[in-house]
Design a protein around this ligand. Structure first.
Ligand SMILES: [Zn+2]
Ligand SMILES: [Zn+2]
Length: 487
């Protein structure tokens, strides 16, 4: 068996692993990565799945329905069409993403988390786990006498740990965290006391992750007990809740669930500060269905993902200006990922021959390697995306490397790197446009126009660019109509 991580070794997102056997290959997850502030316009990133096309992929296995695991499936299926297995809610969430990305005819096959599956000579055993979305599983994937265990995201197993594992690919999200992840029961109690303690005429807005069905189900039950009405605002929340209701995972007490505009408790998207999501629009007073008034309360039931802190702070400041009280009490949230104690416990109970940490940045991966060796794994090492490993019974060896690029996606299409670079050049240093002796600039400061004209007359657009660089220390985006090289 050959195992190649395609994403997630060095970042949170892009999670995907290729597992190749004699009669074809499997791909576990196909996730996206959300953009950062450095790349304006980019909707998200996906791994380059070119490798899948050559690997004779016979099936996709989805661990759970989060976007960092299913959001890039449309691009994977385009490279290598094959059936997709996942538990029912996972498939519903994946189906929503596929349709959004224009992929309507995927072969989605419900997975029974308690049954084995045989695909392309692999014997696949789902390993149900606790995570922040229902129906999450890991997989033991056996081929010949080699056994690979992909834990998936988790904060503990819902079944006994698998045995005789040669290679374990394990979630590293909590590898630097000492504090326990917390439980949904405790979050439900904290939300209940926050709601019960608020004045009856104050509206309570709770920002949380759309996929956390258990939290929403418990909240609906709480509202039933406290005789409050509850509503949901935000497309992904409403879609997930509808799917969960169809699958019997969400059954609110009668009379509790009402349209958001007249609900006393409103669950919303946007707790990560996303500018287009509901919380930011409420903060800006720009939501058509709901307007917050002074005295209303916002409860942040979810910690900012690293990198989102500033966006969240901006939204909170805007809410505060409207007279809204905000609580980000840590008790209002539980993580879906185990901390160091849970990570070490799982390694100790599985005692894999070899462990490769995945699903985090390099610091987490390194800490996880140390944890693994201390907890009883016989071997453990860091991998990069594209590192290939040959797995046999009680033996794991490196087997080369293949570069795995990432693609920026915008409006459903891959954006070439040259466009991203042009955008960054324009943002940093402005634009210089040259057509013969006609010069136009946008956003260039500190350069004398006459001197610039002189430089262009003598040395063309490149001369102009060199002058801007000399005067400003920055390299502008150059559009040279003279040479028709305006890409
Ligand atoms: Zn997850
Ligand atoms: Zn994840």
């Amino acid at each position: 068996v050959r195992v190649t991580p395609l994403g997630g070794c060095g970042e949170f997102g892009l999670h995907s692993t290729l597992i190749e056997g004699a009669a074809g290959a499997l791909c576990v997850d196909a996730g996206l990565q959300f953009p950062d502030e450095l790349h304006p316009g980019v909707d998200f990133w996906v791994p380059d799945f070119g490798l899948l096309a050559h690997a004779r992929v016979q099936g996709y296995l989805l661990t759970h329905g989060h976007d960092d695991h299913v959001g890039a499936l449309a691009w994977a299926l385009t490279q290598a069409p094959a059936p997709v297995w996942g538990t029912p809610l996972t498939l519903e969430l994946a189906r929503g993403r596929l349709e959004e990305h224009g992929h309507r005819h995927a072969d989605l096959r419900p997975l029974d988390p308690n049954a084995r599956l045989v695909v392309a000579g692999f014997e696949i055993t789902p390993v149900p786990v606790f995570h922040s979305v229902p129906g999450a599983v890991g997989f033991v994937i056996a081929h010949g006498d080699a056994r690979v265990y992909v834990t998936g995201d988790h904060k503990g197993l819902a079944v006994p740990p698998p045995e005789n594992i040669d290679l374990m690919l394990a979630d590293s999200t909590g590898a630097l965290r000492e504090t326990p992840p917390g439980t949904e029961e405790a979050v439900a109690r904290a939300l209940e006391s926050a709601i019960a303690g608020a004045p009856p005429d104050a509206r309570i807005v709770i920002a949380t992750f759309a996929s956390n069905v258990e939290r929403i189900a418990r909240l609906m039950a709480t509202c039933g007990r406290l005789s409050r009405t509850a509503g949901l605002l935000g497309r992904s929340l409403v879609e997930t809740a509808d799917a969960a209701r169809r699958l019997g995972l969400l059954s609110p007490p009668p009379g509790v669930w009402v349209p958001a505009g007249r609900a006393q408790v409103v669950v919303v998207t946007g707790g990560q500060g996303e500018p287009a999501a509901v919380l930011a629009r409420l903060a800006a007073g720009e939501h058509s269905e709901l307007a917050l008034r002074p005295g209303d309360r916002v409860l942040l039931s979810g910690r900012p993902i690293p990198g989102n802190e500033r966006a969240v702070a901006r939204v909170c400041d805007a809410l505060a200006r409207r007279g809204v009280a905000i609580s980000d009490d840590p008790a209002l949230h539980a993580s879906g990922h185990g901390s160091r104690v849970e990570i070490a416990d799982l390694i100790a109970s599985v005692t894999p021959h070899h462990l490769i940490p995945v699903h985090a940045g390099a610091r987490h991966l390194r800490a996880h390697v140390e944890l693994a060796l201390a907890a009883g794994a016989r071997g453990a090492e860091m991998a990069r995306n594209g590192d290939r490993f040959r797995v046999e019974r009680a033996r794991v060896e490196r087997d080369g490397y293949v570069e795995v690029k990432v693609h920026a996606i915008e409006n459903g299409r891959i954006v070439p790197q040259s466009i991203l670079e042009a955008r960054q050049a324009a943002a940093r240093a402005g634009v210089l446009s040259v057509a013969g002796e006609q010069i136009a600039t946008r956003g260039i400061a500190g350069v004398d126009p006459e001197e610039l004209g002189e430089a262009v007359r003598k040395h063309g657009a490149q001369g102009g660019m060199r002058l801007v660089r000399k005067r400003t220390g920055r390299r502008p985006l150059v559009i040279d109509h003279t040479n028709h090289s305006d890409d």
